[in-house]
Design a protein around this ligand. Structure first.
Ligand code: PHE
Ligand code: NA
Length: 441
């Protein structure tokens, strides 16, 4: 078998992982989930969830990946716990499941970049979205997004994913900062910041049971956990990297981009509508593609077109850098295992997922169904099993792996292990429980 690839640089790994983490979750969902859960209350709880639960959990995936030095499915076998291979397989399937509809939304984004240039959605944004979000047009743009994703993965780790994300992630950061600076100058910015950034702790205390699982679930999705993506990326990592340092940086950057996205869209919405319109609440399809699009339309003319194009361009780059990490999970499995040709696997699976995704592209009811099952059941279940494995089954060896290179000291490593064994586990379990009961109620 050919020698396995690795990241060329530490920065390459970090940017690829940030690219995976920063995606539709940060821009399409995060800022709008605030609208259903008390504005800044959600922001505050999410920050805590990302640091306190998300960070230990992502380190768990890094440990498995780097230690095994192989794809997410075979990793558990390589670590001499073959029964846990189901966790890797579940993660891989969850990732494919999610990619099938993630790509449909990615297709909408491409459509809206074009629509911004021509002003196609300016006259009647809601009607326009109804037309392009389902049916043949949606299928065509979904195909385009899948093809873009496969083209990057086909080039491999160093020449494909690493090179692409080195360009993509800094662009996302710079452009979002620029857009946030512009948003700062808008009328209504002050009210927007107040809505978004001043947590009402009384409200949080009274609504903990609603906000916490929502925030924890969002943190998992946002950090690309439970889908084998972070296991896979860490498997291309050398032993001298510090997992705690890299993990913290990734969590901080991902959280920063979520916050930043809110600093762009919330003032935009307040400037045009004086509030986050009810159609945007919860981060459903209407949020970006109707409410924010409408804000560009209200702005109108060249400024509206230019701003829309740049904004949806950033969203596209963010979505693409996430989608490639999902496709890489299955690609690395087949390439590691059967010595399969990378381009063939990448395009083959993209083709298969395109077909599955046509359901979601044909009717957004399907998309909602896929998403609900992923969020409520598949993701938390997969994360839960992974946390149990790392905390209780692999424990001492995991501690060993965390300490490697310039990693954490003994105290940090032990504290981390116990966080996995106790409250991280409980947090994931509660999220799963609420997800499952929420679906069937
Ligand atoms: N983290 C990405 C987002 O926030 C979504 C994603 C999940 C990407 C899992 C890859 C793997 O949009
Ligand atoms: Na994210």
């Amino acid at each position: 078998m050919a020698e396995r690839e690795t990241w060329a640089t530490r920065l390459g790994f970090i940017l690829a992982a940030v690219g995976s983490a920063v995606g539709l979750g940060n821009i399409w969902q995060f800022p709008f989930k605030t609208a259903t859960t008390g504005g800044s209350a959600f922001v505050f709880v999410y920050l805590v969830a990302a640091l306190v639960i998300g960070l230990p959990a992502i380190l768990g995936e890094f440990v498995v990946g780097r230690r095994a030095n192989i794809n997410a499915v075979e990793a558990f076998d390589k670590l001499k716990h073959p029964a846990w291979t189901v966790v890797g397989a579940l993660g891989l399937l969850t990732g494919l499941w999610i990619l099938s509809y993630y790509s449909v939304v990615g297709g909408w984004v491409i459509r809206y970049m074009a629509g911004s240039v021509t002003g196609a959605y300016f006259a009647t944004p809601a009607e326009y979205f109804g037309r392009v979000s389902m049916g043949w047009e949606a299928i065509a743009f979904h195909a385009g997004f899948m093809a873009l994703t496969a083209s990057i993965v086909a080039f491999g780790i160093e020449d494909g994913i690493e090179k692409a994300t080195k360009l993509m992630v800094p662009s996302i950061l710079v452009i979002l900062v620029g857009l946030a600076a512009y948003a700062f100058t808008l009328d209504g910015a002050a009210a927007a910041y107040d809505y978004y950034l001043s947590p009402d702790f009384g409200y949080i205390a009274n609504n903990l049971a609603d906000i916490v699982p929502f925030a924890v679930g969002q943190a998992f999705f946002s950090l690309s956990l439970g889908m084998g993506a972070m296991i896979t990326y860490a498997s291309y990592l050398g032993d001298d990297d510090s997992l705690p340092a890299d993990g913290s940086l990734i969590v901080v950057l991902n959280t920063f981009v979520g916050l930043l996205a809110g600093l762009v869209v919330i003032p935009l919405l307040f400037a045009q509508f004086g509030e986050v319109p009810s159609g945007a609440a919860g981060g459903g399809p209407g949020a970006l593609f109707v409410s924010v699009a409408d804000a560009f339309a209200q702005l109108g003319g060249l400024p509206g077109k230019a701003l829309g194009f740049v904004f949806f361009g950033v969203v596209l780059v963010a979505a693409l850098s996430s989608a490639i990490s999902l496709l890489e999970v299955v690609t690395s499995y087949l390439v590691d295992n059967y010595g399969a040709s990378r381009p063939v696997v990448a395009f083959g699976f993209a083709g298969g997922l395109f077909v599955v995704g046509t359901l979601s592209a044909w009717n957004t009811a399907w998309l909602g169904w896929f998403d609900t099952l992923a969020y409520g059941v598949l993701l938390p279940l997969s994360v839960l099993l992974g946390v149990i494995f790392v905390g209780w089954v692999y424990g001492p060896e995991a501690v060993d792996e965390i300490k490697k290179g310039t990693g954490g000291g003994e105290t940090f490593a032990t504290a981390w292990l116990w966080s996995m064994r106790t409250y991280v586990l409980v947090g994931v379990f509660v999220t799963l429980y609420l997800g499952v009961t929420g679906i069937y109620e």
